[in-house]
Structures are given as C-alpha cells and as structure tokens.
Design a protein around this ligand. Structure first.
Ligand SMILES: [Zn+2]
Length: 294
C-alpha cells in the first residue's frame, strides 16, 4: 500500500496548513487545517510494521487467559453495531453478504452469523487462524492484495481498522468497488474531535504507533463523500469492556500512574466483577452507502 502520509493530508491532498501537534512527540502528529484529520507525518518500513503486528499483537485483550470472556464481550459489541446498521440497509435483504475487514478472532463474523448474515473475514495477523478454526471463511491477505470480485458484498464492516490505514482514499475506493449498488459500510474509529481526546491530549488511549490517521466527524464525512458514499449517520459508538480488558489496554499503551493504580485496584476486585462487561463510549460509528442507490 502506498504511504501518502508524509506528503500532507491524505484526504484534502494538500501540504499547506498542516499544523504540528506537540503533545505526543513520539508520533510526530500533524493536523490538517482544512478537514481536521490528524496523522503521523512519517512513512513506516516493512520491518517496523511486522514488529508492530506480530503474533503477540492482541495479547493485551487477554485472549490467552480467558478467551470465553473476551469472546462474549466482543460479540456483544458487534451485535450492537449490527443493530444500528439494520435501519440503514436497503430492504428487504435476505441473508445479506458481509465482509469484516480486520476480523481478528472472528467476533463480528459470529455476531453476523447469529443475525442471519453470510459473513466472510479478512485478517492478516495470526488471530485469523482462530476465526478459521471456528468454521468461518477468512482471507489472510490485505484488502487491496485480494482484488475481490466487484459488487460482491451487501455490507462491509471496518471496526478499529481505518485508523491503521495510511492511504484511506485508496482503501475506501476499493470498499466501494466490492460493495453492491446501495451497499453499506459500517466504520468504527477513534474520534480525535471528541471531548476525551481534547481533554486527555497526549494521554488519550487511542494514540498509538500503529494508528496513523485520526479522524474527526468532518474528516470522516469528507472522505466518505469524496469516495462517493452517502453518509447515513455518524454518532458516538460504544463497546462492552471489562476491568481486565481495560487494564490490559492501559498497561500496553499508556503505562504510568493510572495503569499502576488499576493494577493495585485489581487485587481488591472480586474475579467475577473484573470479568463483568460494562458499556463504554469509546469511539465514533459511521454508516454510509454507495451513492448510486441512495
Ligand atoms: Zn485535510
């Protein structure tokens, strides 16, 4: 995939008006003065990428310690996403086809199957073998490498994926190509325009080396419109998380006082409570359809 990040805003395709952000020096962030996209002003080598997305990438989720609990909370979040998607679908759709890009262990595939969809996944990390082991079809190449058949899916879901993509226009163009006319895409991605991001600044937990683009609602709308999607809705999104999951995420991405506080607190929390899921607002969710049938 071409890395356009080091040449200005990859949505507006301009180099001027790009403000350097100083609160997270490790990531060399810039903000586009036109659309508000924040992005890492650098290119990644293949070696750097393979070091990030290695076999331990999902370990902080606690899959090795308690896969059943992780599976339950992740599937529950995905069922909630599908609930929001249904009113935006062209009706009636019988057993619609759904492609989940970045399907990890297969949480969305399971949720989609439970709701009568025909799910297929893409996962380039070793987690995809777990989804395959559960009987799902999972491709282990990137979306652009696969060159899937045009107009072959009713729905594409990209949960926690867009922020990893250095060339989002190219990526969304390919999603449009494989969607059927009127097909829908569901996106969940961090919102750099949220109050949490503004208040927490450099401590915002979504700031990660592998997150190369950070959208606000305006930048996401502009991207979708430019790629010939009609935005049906953009709203806050929620995830079901438990104490162990939150602790694992903070320990990996934001080590420090708060992380240590959580670690100490865990000693006093009953095991059952630490595994109980609670609904948190975490990111934003967008649903858009191909403009040719909206
Ligand atoms: Zn821009």
């Amino acid at each position: 995939m071409t890395n356009h990040l080091a040449s200005g805003c990859c949505i507006c395709e301009i180099r001027t008006g790009q403000e350097a952000i100083g609160y997270c020096p490790d990531l060399r962030l810039r903000r586009c003065g036109r659309c508000g996209l924040v992005y890492q002003d650098r290119a990644f080598s293949t070696v750097e990428l393979s070091n990030i997305y290695n076999e331990t990438y999902y370990d902080h989720w606690g899959a090795k310690q308690n896969f059943e609990t992780l599976w339950a909370i992740k599937v529950k979040s995905c069922l909630a996403y599908l609930e929001l998607l249904t009113p935006s679908l062209p009706v009636p759709l019988v057993s619609p086809s759904l492609l989940d890009i970045g399907c990890a262990h297969g949480f969305m595939l399971e949720a989609a199957q439970q709701r009568g969809f025909r799910p297929v996944g893409i996962e380039v990390s070793p987690a995809g073998s777990i989804a395959k082991g559960q009987g799902f079809i999972v491709y282990d190449k990137s979306l652009l490498e696969l060159r899937l058949q045009a107009q072959s899916f009713d729905i594409v879901t990209i949960i926690d994926v867009l922020e990893h993509i250095p060339a989002p226009q190219e990526f969304m163009q390919e999603i449009r190509r494989i969607l059927k006319p009127g097909g829908a895409v569901l996106i969940v991605t961090p919102d750099i325009g949220s109050w949490a991001a503004k208040i927490m600044k450099g401590k915002w937990p979504h700031l990660k080396l592998e997150h190369v683009t950070y959208f606000n609602r305006r930048a996401l709308s502009m991207l979708l419109t430019k790629m010939e999607f009609r935005v049906m809705r953009i709203r806050p999104s929620y995830k079901y998380l438990n104490f162990d999951y939150i602790l694992g995420t903070f320990q990996k991405y934001t080590p420090g006082i708060f992380s240590r506080f959580l670690q100490i607190t865990k000693r006093w929390i009953p095991e059952r409570l630490a595994k109980t899921s609670i609904r948190f607002q975490t990111e934003m969710l967008a649903i858009a359809r191909r403009t040719d049938a909206c």
